[in-house]
Design a protein around this ligand. Structure first.
Ligand SMILES: Nc1ncnc2c1ncn2[C@@H]1O[C@H](COP(=O)(O)OS(=O)(=O)O)[C@@H](OP(=O)(O)O)[C@H]1O
Length: 292
């Protein structure tokens, strides 16, 4: 398939396969409940990982949902068109994901007590992951060369705009104890510790035995083998895993295999300039600036 032209929504480019005028309007009018939990990510930061983790943490490690419900229905995207179709089937407390910047969250989110887990990832690894995703996803624009894709990424001419705008919008959201920040890197480094952190934040009181069980089922290998999570149910015309699997490498630092020293210098210069004066702070055990 050839990708249809992206739509523009409040200045953000979005692929029309997943986003329609109706789905975006539905998201704006969505009635957020106090018990809802949102995992918010810039694309390729660990969204589907959280779609696996959240139902397990919220339901004491019950494996049924992750083995029976595809991830896009189990923990749907706020902005995508399947939400309206599955909303009545969502287990309570509901878990959702979104790539929206803070400014596009619905009014009911802002007045609710819903909690947010914001997952950050090294933008260089995001760009690499996204580059391969654009090669395998038939509904996304051809990425061109790595160099061309870097230009687009840095200019924000990719879906959901600039990474720096996304991070800044959520770092400045002032949601207080409703928001928890975590990095993809700390999840890779020590998943059980990250799960304890998430479980405490959500007030779930999980035993160590359950934490270990969840960690096992959310490992990269287990998720690669879970047909409800690896997108093998999606027709090849939309996602062709022969070109690049969705669960591709699952590591921190793959950018080192892709960036030339010139590209690294250019990327770092643009990103640091845009983050100048921003206090990104501490996420769990990691100082955020250390993973950038
Ligand atoms: N369990 C686990 N462990 C480690 N890494 C994992 C895991 N699950 C998903 N991933 C990696 O997350 C990357 C995909 O990001 P997203 O899920 O945010 O993509 S999307 O925005 O929903 O398209 C993509 O990263 P890359 O491998 O670097 O491409 C996935 O492999």
């Amino acid at each position: 398939m050839s990708a249809t032209e992206y739509i523009k929504y409040h200045g953000l480019l979005l692929p029309p396969e997943a986003h329609t005028t109706e789905s975006l309007e539905y998201a704006q009018n969505f009635c957020v409940e106090d018990t809802d939990v949102f995992a918010i990510t810039y694309p390729k930061s660990g969204t589907i990982w959280m779609q696996e983790i959240l139902p397990l943490v919220l339901n004491g490690g019950d494996l049924t949902p992750i083995h029976t419900i595809p991830n896009w229905e189990r923990v749907p995207w706020l902005e995508e068109k399947q939400l309206a179709r599955v909303v009545d089937k969502l287990a309570s407390p509901r878990a959702l994901v979104s790539h929206f910047p803070y400014s596009l969250m619905p009014p009911s989110f802002c007045t609710s007590k819903a909690k947010v887990i914001y997952v950050m990832r090294n933008p260089k690894d995001i760009m690499v992951s996204s580059y391969y995703f654009h090669q395998m996803a038939g509904f996304l624009e051809d990425p061109g060369t790595f160099e061309e894709f870097m230009d687009k990424f840095l200019e924000g001419k990719v879906m959901f705009g600039k990474w720096t705008d996304h991070v800044k919008s959520w770092r400045n959201s002032e949601l207080g104890d409703r928001i928890m920040y975590i990095t993809y890197e700390e999840m890779v480094q020590d998943l059980p510790a990250s799960l304890r952190h998430i479980s405490d934040f959500l007030g779930c009181n999980l035993t160590e035995e359950v934490i270990q069980k969840i960690a096992e089922h959310c490992s990269f290998k287990s998720m690669q083998n879970n047909n409800m999570s690896n997108f093998s149910l999606i027709p090849k015309v939309y996602m062709d895993s022969d070109k690049s699997p969705f669960l591709r490498k699952g590591i921190a630092g793959d950018w080192k295999n892709h960036f030339s020293s010139e590209q690294l210098a250019r990327f770092t210069s643009v990103i640091s300039k845009e983050l100048e004066g921003e206090e990104l702070g501490v996420c769990g055990s990691e100082k955020v600036d250390d993973v950038l």
